[in-house]
Write a protein that binds this ligand. Structure first.
Ligand code: ADP
Ligand code: GLC
Length: 487
């Protein structure tokens, strides 16, 4: 597996969670998995200079070392240490500016990963790449490594975690990435006059997956295809939606060491202790009646995808709903300011923490009563699944993976696991919030709702088995069309 992020080494969002957890789940099923990612600043110490070697790319030598780290049963990580490209602030960029040499950085990741695999001397059954940063890996397998006796002809799977990030760059980059101009066509890597690393991943892989069934359908439409719907429709027969699981060890309220009190579905009253600690962490009062007021949490990248624009339309209404709102996130400076101002205006009802904080994210899942995720689109979404597990009721827009994982609660039947709404509008969001706050008043009903959510199974096991099916399908297809040259 090749990825730009994987926990516990590097994470900016759900990709890191998935690329860290899926290898473990596959390993538990008895498969042997290596996930290859960069060594970024701070994730692991650099290797001594004697262990280094040269990986050429686009006519330039890069000084590289490979650090092997055990992950779990049958699974390990290999960190590509190339200080010139990766030992700097920020995984993709700094602040809101991307590193200008990202095409080179991530091309080198793909290139170095393939060299590592080849030199390890064991032909893998599958090479699985994730998102635009690793889109060149399948392409390189078709070009530079095509005739390689060990890895030439290995089947490839490419997973789309978010179609909006397309790795678009001016075509002048092609020589530096070692991609021939012949491939600068719509069937290759060209996308409206630019090159797209995402497109390379889609066009050169045997099977393409994305992270929920509903999103797999949505990306075939102009509305959520972000210009790639045509490209994907051409490959619709090879496109599969597999819902992400969650790492049930990392996100388990019964064993979580990052929260003050642990609990299960049968000891939900312990959530009150977490709630008290949570309110204090945000500098809010944590006595009655503040403790009784429902806490609505938001843990998110602050970007348009997550619905902050239409949430912004009704922002001033929030503090008047009778709940406390706590936000943890960072991203678009406009949204950061919007939330800071809200907290300044309503210091008793709104708490804001701008930044990335794993411990606080756990405390919020444990201590909040509800989690709000009003995404415009959501390939899968993980927080709503963490929330279900922690008895924190999700309020989500019915899109992508949110729709596949949260069942709208019916007050009539008492069935459901959260509150969903359809329209991407402030009014629809407020209606869902009000509905949730109404049910919250009925303690027994609310507890039953929490417990229904906690009983859902979102473990990786079932999803990992789906991936295995996809791997087999890719390998079989591949063997049928392109005879391998391997021994
Ligand atoms: P996305 O990958 O689109 O950001 P997901 O819901 O799939 O959305 O995954 C987000 C992951 O990142 C979750 O594990 C969430 O807890 C975490 N996360 C997001 N923002 C923060 C933050 N500010 N601090 C800590 N964790 C965060
Ligand atoms: C992306 C998506 C998110 C998904 C995650 C992991 O970041 O935005 O919905 O859960 O990838 O697949």
């Amino acid at each position: 597996m090749i990825s730009s992020e994987a926990v516990p080494f590097a994470k900016t969002g759900g990709l890191g969670d998935v690329a860290g957890a899926l290898p473990l789940a596959l390993g538990r099923l008895g498969h042997d998995v290596t996930v290859i990612l960069p060594r970024y600043r701070g994730s692991e110490p650099a290797l001594a200079s004697t262990d280094r070697r040269v990986v050429p790319l686009g006519g330039r030598p890069f000084d590289v070392a490979f650090l092997v780290r055990p992950l779990g049963e049958n699974a390990r990580a290999v960190l590509v240490d190339c200080p010139e490209l990766f030992d700097r602030e920020g995984i993709y960029g700094w602040g809101i500016t991307d590193h200008p040499d990202n095409p080179r950085r991530f091309a080198l990741l793909s290139r170095a990963a393939l060299e590592y695999i080849r030199d390890a001397g064991v032909r893998p059954s599958i090479i699985h790449a994730h998102d635009w940063p690793t889109g060149l890996a399948p392409l390189y397998l078709h070009t530079r490594f095509r005739e390689d006796p060990l890895i030439g002809g290995v089947a490839t799977v490419f997973t789309i975690h978010n179609l909006a990030y397309q790795g678009l760059y001016p075509p002048e980059w092609l020589p530096a990435l070692e991609v021939s101009w012949d491939l600068f066509t719509p069937e290759g890597i060209e996308f409206w006059g630019r090159l797209s690393l995402l497109k390379a991943g889609i066009n050169f892989s045997d099977v393409i997956t994305t992270v929920s069934r509903r999103y797999a359908k949505e990306i075939l439409t102009p509305e959520l295809g972000f210009g790639f719907d045509g490209v994907l429709r051409r490959r619709a027969a090879d496109l599969v939606g597999i819902l992400n699981g969650i790492d049930e060890e990392r996100w388990n309220p019964a064993t979580d060491q990052l929260v003050p009190v642990r609990y299960t579905a049968d000891s939900l009253e312990a959530k009150a202790d977490c709630k008290r600690e949570l309110l204090r962490a945000f500098g809010l009062r944590a006595e009655t009646p503040d403790l009784e007021r429902p806490v609505v949490a938001i843990i998110s990248r602050l970007v348009d995808q997550k619905g902050f624009d239409f949430l912004g339309q009704v922002l001033d209404e929030l503090p008047r709903l009778g709940a406390t709102f706590l936000l943890l996130g960072s991203g678009d400076p406009g949204y950061e300011t919007m939330w800071r101002q809200l907290a300044a205006g309503y210091p008793e009802r709104v708490g804001v923490h701008i930044g990335f904080d794993e411990r606080l994210a756990h405390l919020m899942e444990a201590g909040a009563d509800m989690l709000l995720m009003p995404s415009r689109y959501e390939p899968c979404g993980l927080n709503q699944m963490y929330s279900l597990r922690y008895g924190t009721v999700p309020i989500v827009r019915a899109t992508g993976g949110l729709d596949d994982t949260v069942r709208n609660y019916s007050e009539k039947s008492g069935r459901g696991t959260g509150f969903t709404f359809e329209q991407p509008s402030g009014a629809a969001l407020l209606r869902a919030l009000r509905r949730a706050l109404r049910v919250y008043q009925h303690k027994d009903e609310w507890r039953a709702l929490q417990q229904q959510g906690m009983r859902q199974d979102h473990s990786w096991d079932a999803s990992a088995r789906e991936y295995v099916k996809v791997y087999r399908r890719a390998a079989a297809r591949h063997a049928a069309f392109r005879p391998t040259t391997a021994p």
